[in-house]
Design a protein around this ligand. Sequence first.
Ligand SMILES: C[S@@+](CC[C@H](N)C(=O)[O-])C[C@H]1O[C@@H](n2cnc3c(N)ncnc32)[C@H](O)[C@@H]1O
Length: 369
Amino acid sequence: MSVTSGPDHGVMEGKGSYNRHSRIPAGGGALALPLLEEAVRKIELDDGNAPVVIADYGSSQGKNSLTPMRAAIRVLRERMDTDRPVFVFHIDQSTNDFNTLFEVLTTDPERYALDEPNLFSCAIGRSFYETVFPPGHVHLGWCSYAAVWLSRIPGPIPGHFVAHRSTGDVHAAFERQAAQDWEAFLSLRARELRSGGRLVVVLPGLDDEGESGFADLFDHANRALTEMVDAREIRAEERERMVLGTYPRRRCELLAPFRARGQFQDLRLERCDLASLPDAAWADYERDGNVEALVSKHALFFRSVFVPSLALSLAQAQDAARCRIFADHFENRLKQRLATQPAPLDSFVQTMVLARQNDVKRDAVRSSK
Ligand SMILES: C[S@@+](CC[C@H](N)C(=O)[O-])C[C@H]1O[C@@H](n2cnc3c(N)ncnc32)[C@H](O)[C@@H]1O
C-alpha cells in the first residue's frame, strides 16, 4: 500500500489557523532566542553596504517568525548602520498559506519591519530539500520546528500514524530517511551560507529515554481515527494510508554528521542545547480550571499542524468541504478523548547553532596540511 507523500505533506492548516494555534512552537522558538542573538553577534560582516540576508526556512504563516526575526535584526543593527539593507526571505512549500504570511508581515502590531525603512521581506515557495539560494548568499539561517518534516514518507505504519510508534523494518526505514534528509538539509544550507554565516535550527526534542512529551496526544488521536472508521466517517483504507512524515531525531542522530571531525562539510557545530518547554495551556488550566479550554487548545494545536497531512489520504483529498468535515469530526472526537484524562503537553526543545567556516581560514588550514 502506498502512502500520500506529495508536495503538500507537512503544510499547516490554512486561513491563519496555524498562526492562531501554534503556541507550542512559539514557546520553543522563544527558548532559542538567546542562542539566536549570540549567533547573530558572531556572524562575519564586511564593511560594505551590500544587503544582509536572513533566511527563515519553514516559516509557515509567519506569526512565530516575528519575534526571532525582530531579535536578529535588532542585534544586526547594533553592529551596522540603519541604511544597510536587510532582506528577510520566508521559505516554505508552495502550497503554504502565503496570503496570511504577507498579511502578518504588513499588519501585525509585532511586525519586524516597524521603524525599519531598509528592511525588505520576500517569500519563496520551494522545499528546503532543494537549493533555495545561490552559493554563499545567506548571512543567517533560522529554521524552527520545520526540519522535523521529512522529504518523503517511507511507507505505511501498521496500527498508527507516527514513526515513533513503529517497530522493526518500518521504524528502520524512517530512521534511514531521517538521517539522509538531515545530511541533505545541512549540505544545502552549508552551500547557501556565506563564509562566517550562522544557521540556527530549532526542533522538537527528545529526552534521554527518547520521549517527546507528545506520545499521549498522538495515541489519543490514533484512537479518535479508529472511532471514525467504526462510525464510517472515514474508510479503513483511508485510515491505513494516514502517516505523518515527521521524525523527531535523538541528539545522537542530530550530532551524527558532525561526529568524525566536529564539522560536516563546511559547517562547524557551535551549540547543541536541549531545554524543557512547559505547556503554557496547562499553566492556564491550573489557574482557571477550565478543562474545555485546555482540551480545545491541545486539539486545535494538533488540528492546525497535523490534520492537513492526514486529510491527504482521504479519497476526496482535493474536496475542501470533505476535508473540513473530516477535520471537524476528528477535532470533536479528539477533544472528547482528551477531556477524559486532562494532562500537560510538556515537551522539549533542541537548538543547534552551526557556523559556516570562514573560507580564508579553511583554505589556510588545507594548504598547511
Ligand atoms: C510546524 S511549522 C513551523 C513554522 C514556524 N517556523 C514555527 O516555528 O512556528 C512547519 C513548517 O515547515 C514547513 N515545511 C515542512 N517541510 C518543508 C520543506 N520540505 N520545505 C519547506 N518548508 C517545509 C511546513 O510547510 C510548515 O509550514
